[in-house]
Design a protein around this ligand. Structure first.
Ligand SMILES: C[S@@+](CC[C@H](N)C(=O)[O-])C[C@H]1O[C@@H](n2cnc3c(N)ncnc32)[C@H](O)[C@@H]1O
Length: 308
């Protein structure tokens, strides 16, 4: 711990000074890269450094002036990564009514980080899949698992009056579903208040989907749950249906910052880990599968198609 503190404590002091003197971007860059290196080099002592140095340092109060970092750290709904937090990421290009006074310099910096850009792209990619599915079959049944506020729907062009299918929006958080219901286009979008447990235990009463996707959930699932859920969601597909999953890759540059100052610990997966998620699916039922990254390469997508 001695070497880690010897390198880490002055980093926190320097960044504190930079942020206090208005050098936000320079200070935040230094902090992000510095913490990333410390986390990689001193993996065994990282947690103790976070607890004893980062969380005790006055720079924490400056960083928590960002509503994004503040909410992640304090977890008003009991877990990090709730749908309101996601809105803080989407706010850059969707009008979500966030008070402009909340746009502190640090929050602006965060909105421009590659991780946040990738999350917005993740939403855009999901919207494209939904549109493609609806275009191919105007009666399609789709399921968003852990939908949050389902913001991707606002970017879709094909869920219009000609669409006679349904996008089911499943989340365990009733408050998030209330937001979905406000702009819900019944019967084209239907909120389902349920946990992924209902899928794992085969209690979900809807099935035969043409497209199932999940954004921002797998980053929290351990390997065995993730594999089982993948197989169970695949089971809910119609012949020819598609499953789309996504996970943060381990090369996200602000992992150290997220853990130290947002208390946001994710499970990161590389391409091999994503491929392994299909292990509990009967191979003969898979028509095709592919793995791809978003343009900034922070996220890894897995698409699996059920045989017709
Ligand atoms: C990071 S947010 C992602 C929301 C949305 N999909 C997006 O990308 O903006 C994670 C969502 O997962 C939901 N969630 C977490 N655990 C869940 C569970 N066991 N069952 C259902 N939903 C869950 C949370 O309520 C939250 O809305």
């Amino acid at each position: 711990m001695y070497l880690l503190k010897q390198l880490g404590d002055p980093l926190l002091d320097d960044v504190h000074e930079m942020l206090n003197s208005g050098r936000t971007d320079e200070g935040m860059d230094k902090l992000m890269f510095g913490l990333l290196h410390l986390r990689q080099t001193f993996a065994g002592e990282w947690q103790a450094f976070v607890k004893d140095s980062c969380r005790q340092h006055p720079v924490k109060d400056l960083l928590h002036k960002s509503p994004f970092t503040h909410r992640a750290y304090h977890k008003p709904r009991g877990y990090a990564g709730d749908a309101v937090m996601m809105d803080y990421v989407y706010a850059l290009d969707q009008e979500l009514g966030i008070n402009t006074e909340q746009y502190t310099d640090i929050y602006r910096y965060e909105l421009a980080t590659p991780g946040c850009i990738s999350v917005r792209e993740r939403r855009n990619i999901a919207a494209r899949y939904i549109d493609e599915t609806a275009r191919a079959n105007p009666q399609a049944r789709m399921l968003s698992v852990a939908c949050g506020h389902l913001r991707e729907v606002r970017l879709c062009e094909n869920l219009d009056e000609d669409f006679r299918g349904t996008l089911f929006a499943l989340d365990q958080d009733e408050e998030s579903l209330e937001v979905v219901r406000k702009y819900m286009m019944e019967p084209r979008v239907r909120a389902v208040n349920a946990s992924v447990r209902s899928i794992l235990t085969r209690k979900l009463e809807i099935d035969a989907f043409d497209f199932i996707y999940s954004l921002g959930l797998y980053d929290y699932l351990n390997e065995s749950v993730a594999k089982r859920l993948t197989a169970e969601m695949f089971r809910l597909l119609r012949p020819g249906g598609k499953l789309l999953l996504v996970n943060f890759s381990p090369n996200l540059y602000n992992i150290g910052y997220m853990e130290a100052f947002m208390d946001w610990f994710l499970i990161y997966r590389d391409e091999f880990d994503m491929a392994a998620l299909t292990e509990e699916i009967d191979n003969s039922a898979i028509a095709d599968s592919r793995i791809f990254r978003d343009p900034l390469k922070n996220l890894i997508f897995l698409e699996v198609e059920r045989r017709s």
